[in-house]
Design a protein around this ligand. Structure first.
Ligand SMILES: Nc1ncnc2c1ncn2[C@@H]1O[C@H](COP(=O)(O)OP(=O)(O)OP(=O)(O)O)[C@@H](O)[C@H]1O
Length: 274
């Protein structure tokens, strides 16, 4: 679904690579956390998947397409298969909740009839059925992020990319957003989420890819935010040569994922036939 082969990314004026020799594959239906310190390359990774940036070296395949050979004319069509959610929501402030979500479909030429069915469906799914006439500033942060998620999935993308989607939210609101992303993933959408939120990663126990200085330092099928190898003080003759030992992740009490925090209902099979 997403494949990087020896991908490096250099930005102009920066001699250090943002990404350095990345090789990995993300399969259909996976939920993957991308973690790492600020500047480790997470957003660059997501921008390459979206073809917002080109790799300096290596090949990227997304949904069976080799991005290097995708003409700029075809990029908008390619991106219809990808939903994107950002930390700062990026809603259109003058448009209602309904119109923010409908806008995505209008841009790609969907009919009024289609829009009038699809938008209420997706707003119901994200738990905002009664708020379609509100403006973004009349919503809480968590509700605004739900609108952004509704907008990202209304066209049923095969892949949902989320860049710090809980970065502006308190722990319990974040937990509601994660419940929603989990449900979207359970319905078949591949989810790739960059985050600094240790509590969420520790609680979800999904695949974790950790970047450091643009390289992958960890890729665990199911893990927490950190697997630390810490120096331990040795007793006796080895004391001058500290060794390392894996220790259990020190899990902060994370937010609880509350299954009741979003409306329960049948979820359409987002991207299942892509
Ligand atoms: N447009 C750019 N021009 C030059 N350098 C850039 C550009 N974008 C990112 N970088 C550099 O590339 C490296 C990786 O940045 P990136 O934004 O991918 O990291 P990140 O892990 O997403 O960080 P954060 O967690 O703070 O969002 C950093 O050293 C950054 O300064």
């Amino acid at each position: 679904m997403i494949r990087f082969d020896e991908v490096s990314k250099f930005y102009a004026g920066n001699p250090r690579p943002a990404l350095n020799g990345i090789t990995l594959e993300i399969l259909k239906g996976e939920f993957v956390f991308l973690v790492g310190a600020s500047g480790s390359g997470k957003s660059s990774f997501l921008r390459l998947v979206l073809k917002e940036e080109k790799p300096s070296k290596g090949q990227i395949h997304v949904l069976g397409q080799r991005l290097g050979t995708l003409s700029s004319r075809k990029v908008p069509y390619f991106r219809r298969n990808l939903g994107v959610v950002f930390q700062d929501f990026r809603l259109l402030p003058q448009k209602s909740v309904f119109d923010n979500v409908a806008f995505t479909l209008q841009v790609i030429g969907k009919s009024k009839g289609y829009i009038s069915e699809a938008v209420p469906d997706v707003l119901k799914m994200v738990g905002l059925a009664g708020k379609s006439a509100r403006l973004p500033h009349e919503l809480s942060g968590g509700e605004q992020q739900r609108v952004a998620i509704a907008r990202a999935i209304v066209n049923r993308p095969a892949i949902l990319l989320a860049d710090e989607p809980t970065g502006n939210l308190d722990p319990s609101t974040s937990a509601g957003i994660m419940t929603l992303l989990d449900r979207i993933n359970a319905s078949g959408t591949t989810v790739l989420m960059a985050t600094h939120d240790a509590g969420i990663v520790d609680q979800m126990q999904r695949r974790v890819i950790e970047l450091s200085g643009g390289t992958i330092v960890r890729d665990e099928r199911s893990g927490g935010y950190q697997t630390q190898a810490v120096p331990i003080q040795q007793i006796g003759q080895d004391a001058a040569q500290p060794r390392t030992q894996s220790v259990q992740t020190q899990t902060m009490p994370g937010p609880r994922l509350d299954p009741e925090s979003v409306e329960r209902q049948s979820v359409p099979s987002w991207g299942a036939d892509k």
